[in-house]
Ligand binder design. Structure first.
Ligand code: URA
Length: 268
């Protein structure tokens, strides 16, 4: 690959910035100064330095994003902010151009989105045959009955040709709006206002964590509806071994640690 591409992908500047660095003569390949941005470098075997700093090439990159509501899980969109726009806001514009979201969340869903350029890993995470767990935190309207919970955990009819696979429903709690976090209260209130209705006093909500082993279209919302309720707030908190970092605010992202990346790669 070209030397300027190599350095830009390793985040040493934009393509124009790294061209200037190369022309200044401070970049060497196998000990020989390279002055031309178009010089070819073998990313697997060549040894590249800027000054006395070795610049190793890593093929794959991984970021976790806490996706906020209102942002779409796409690389480009004319109407809405995308997860890639947010990545650039967090880590700067000179990100690699081959990064994409591994799986989608609905526009109003928050939480964990993995951004990577590892297509094989994304395929494994999403493959219907691999059943990689996805865990969601849900706040639903009213009380989900014991029969509703039983159906969620045994398999429920959401209008497809087959029932959903059994899911785990954990930490099931009944609560009032005041017991939810301020951010979630605001989201729920805005949903009622959209429909120009007020939240009735004394209304009860069900919160829970639901672990799915498949990923059908709008699956959580359809399962909760089939169980007799309606999702008012939805957040993905885990994909396989990867947990959403609780310190990331909506809209923030960070690179995966080497351990998190290695654990995810183990599924390939
Ligand atoms: N299930 C849904 O209904 N929506 C999502 O965004 C993710 C899972």
């Amino acid at each position: 690959m070209r030397l300027d591409k190599y350095l830009a992908e390793m985040s040493y500047g934009t393509r124009n910035e790294v061209k200037k660095i190369i022309r200044s003569g401070s970049v060497t390949i196998n000990g020989v100064p390279a002055f031309k941005p178009e010089t070819k470098v073998n990313e697997l075997s060549d040894i590249v330095y800027i000054g006395d700093k070795r610049i190793s090439y890593s093929q794959y990159v991984y970021y976790m994003l806490n996706k906020p509501a209102g942002c779409v899980s796409a690389t480009k969109d004319n109407m809405h902010k995308t997860v890639i726009d947010l990545l650039k806001e967090n880590i700067g514009n000179n990100t690699r151009d081959d990064i994409f979201p591994a799986g989608r969340l609905d526009i109003d869903t928050e939480g964990l989105v993995l951004l990577t350029n590892n297509g094989a890993l994304a395929h494994m995470l999403l493959s219907p045959r691999r059943h990689v767990d996805k865990a969601y935190y849900i706040v639903a309207e009213g009380i989900i009955t014991d029969e509703g919970i039983k159906q969620l955990t045994e398999g429920i009819d959401i209008g497809d040709s087959t029932l959903t696979l059994p899911a785990q429903a954990e930490n099931i709690k009944l609560c009032s709006i005041g017991e939810l976090s301020k951010d979630i209260q605001d989201i729920i209130k805005s949903k009622y206002n959209e429909n120009s209705s007020q939240i009735p006093a004394g209304k009860i909500y069900t919160s829970m964590e639901l672990v799915l082993h498949e990923g059908r279209y709008h699956q959580v919302k359809r399962m909760i509806e089939a169980a007799g309720s309606k999702v008012l707030y939805l957040k993905r908190i885990r994909m396989g071994t990867l947990w959403l970092d609780g310190t990331l605010l909506p809209g923030e992202c960070r690179e995966l640690s080497a351990k998190e990346a290695r654990q995810l790669e183990n599924i390939i």
